[in-house]
Ligand binder design. Structure first.
Ligand SMILES: [Zn+2]
Length: 563
């Protein structure tokens, strides 16, 4: 293997790891070159065989963290160690299922390792460093490696091979909808409309994605459910939009085989309980062949790329219905030997469909990240900036431009300082929750002159003010005879109205504020009960164990507003 081939092998894994964790790809690739002599050092082949190209030891002393990508296997080998001079020592090293797991594991270590259990993070802030030299010197300076020449060796490799070409800006997305928007397509939400037709909620582990065709002449109807058959997603014949008819956690009957329908399973694992479905609308051409339009295939490929990315499903788990059972579906993408029309007329081949999905996944620099940090961009970042600016934290002259640079980093740090949080400039769960609470506090100060300290902490004073805002609304907007005592009792509960998607007004705003203080981030306070608010209500209902219907009535209000 040449140096170039080694780099080409490492780069995709490093780029994916950067997308997920922010640790820049050039440094990861250079480290993988250095640790293994570009895969050519015979002393390193043991580690390469274990997929451990980043030299991750089995025990990472003094550092406490949980690994999601390593399952406990290890190998033992001799390794050079710097101790005022080079010595060889014998050590245990982690063995990974894949190269990608090694890169993820390394980055997760950088993100989550602490000096001691419950103590402060050892490296987490380096994830927002975008300059390779600063990054590797910072990591080395905290004792990551024993060799004093390490940073310079890494930098030499980066310069020699121009590895910074792999350090790209990353767009953060968190839903299939936002990724489809990136492709210029609207994903229409029909989940609520189909809710009653779904056979089983929360019974799909979504490990696979299956493609179907609607074998109905000129099938162009997005309301798919008839007795629970259909797909989670739907692309009509013209491919201009896509539709979501069920949640990916819903189990619907789209790849079943049984004696009744006469099909057999040919896939060992894919079933209704672990597979998402996309239905594509069809037409019949003059020869009676089932056809997909070019546009419908393009949109379906985009949808598949978005679903695989967002739910972290490997490309190898993208299937046709006909790969799961003996049914010839989707007929336009099944071979003639199975009775299909693959590659005929406007129909693509299945290979073309899959390679286009791969291309779409690779070309879009998107990250499904639960944190926001320097170097990221997109609508999520823009929303964060708007929230910070509204709270009086300037994000620089560019304002809310959707790009997380130095000014936004400084604003986040200032906000974290104001809230007594760790000042790492990274927006994770704690900072997000504090932002939500602070936004509610500032809003309550305007709405009812609550005189709350805007500190991002949900304490008794903020809780009382929030309940008083609810009572004031029930009193003034709905004319309910209740007292504004800031305590959610039976009479307040009885006075609560039902609000659902499409509703507008103050009660919706108060509901949204209630979701925010509970750390549900899908909504903002805008008085409009839209898809985000509905998703938030659903999440909250599921979290507290009440019926999940996405509508907020007295039961839901009680769970949100009673302490
Ligand atoms: Zn099918």
């Amino acid at each position: 293997m040449t140096q170039k081939e080694w780099i080409e092998k490492m780069a995709p894994c490093a780029v994916k790891a950067q997308q997920r964790f922010g640790y820049i790809a050039s440094v990861l690739i250079a480290q993988a070159c250095l640790e293994n002599g570009y895969g050519m050092d015979p002393k390193c082949t043991v580690l390469t065989d274990a997929n451990n190209v980043l030299g991750m030891k089995r025990e990472l002393l003094n550092e406490t963290w949980e690994s999601s990508y390593w399952h406990g296997d290890f190998i033992t080998k001799r390794t050079p160690e710097w101790d005022g001079g080079m010595h060889y020592i014998t050590d245990d090293f982690r063995k990974y299922d894949s190269l990608q797991d090694c890169f993820y594991d390394y980055c997760q270590f950088m993100r989550d390792a602490r000096y001691s259990r419950g103590g402060s993070y050892k490296y987490r802030d380096v994830l927002s460093i975008t300059d390779p030299e600063t990054l590797i010197r910072t990591v080395a300076g905290r004792g990551y490696c024993t060799d004093p020449e390490y940073p310079e060796s890494v930098m030499r490799i980066i310069r020699q091979h121009g590895l910074t070409q792999f350090d790209k800006k990353v767009t953060v997305i968190k839903s299939v909808r936002s990724m489809m928007a990136g492709f210029g397509k609207t994903l229409v939400d029909l989940v609520a409309a189909n809710r009653d037709e779904v056979p089983e909620h929360n019974a799909n582990s979504h490990k696979y994605l299956a493609i179907h065709y609607l074998g109905v002449d000129n099938a162009d109807n997005p309301y798919l459910y008839g007795g629970g058959y259909g797909g989670h997603f739907y692309v009509p014949i013209d491919g201009r939009k896509a539709y979501q008819a069920a949640l990916v956690t819903d189990k619907i009957w789209h790849v079943a085989a049984n004696s009744k329908n006469g099909y057999r399973y040919i896939h060992p694992e894919a079933r209704n309980s672990n597979t998402i479905g996309i239905e594509i609308g069809t037409f019949r051409d003059s020869q009676g062949r089932w056809m997909f339009t070019e546009e419908a295939q393009e949109t379906a490929a985009q949808l598949a790329a978005a679903i695989l990315t967002v739910y972290n499903i490997p490309l190898t788990n993208l299937l046709r219905h006909g790969d799961v059972t003996t049914k010839c579906c989707p007929m336009p993408l099944m071979p003639a030997s199975r009775g299909g029309f693959e590659g005929q007329g406007s129909n693509w081949t299945w290979e073309k469909f899959k390679s286009h999905v791969a291309e779409l996944m690779g070309s879009s620099q998107v990250a499904v990240s639960d944190v926001l940090q320097k170097g990221f961009q997109g609508d999520e970042v823009k929303q964060l900036q708007e929230d910070l600016i509204a709270l009086g934290f300037s994000c620089g002259n560019a304002g809310a431009d959707g790009s997380f640079g130095d000014d936004t980093h400084a604003a986040v740090v200032a906000f974290q300082r104001a809230c007594g949080l760790m000042q790492d400039g990274i927006v994770g769960t704690d900072t997000r929750k504090a932002l939500g609470v602070a936004t509610v506090q500032a809003w309550l100060n305007r709405l009812i002159n609550a005189a709350l300290v805007v500190d991002g902490q949900y304490g008794p004073k903020t809780h009382k003010a929030l309940v008083m805002a609810l009572q004031k609304c029930l009193l003034e907007v709905y004319g309910c005879r209740i007292s504004m005592d800031g305590s959610f009792g039976p009479e307040t509960k009885a006075a609560c109205r039902m609000v659902a998607k499409g509703d507008k007004g103050l009660l919706v705003s108060i509901l949204q504020a209630g979701l925010l203080v509970h750390g549900i981030q899908d909504t903002k306070i805008d008085a409009i009960f839209g898809a985000g608010t509905e998703e938030g209500v659903r999440k909250f209902q599921s979290k507290v164990g009440i019926e999940v219907d996405g509508m907020a009535g007295p039961e839901t209000f009680e769970k949100i507003f009673k302490e």
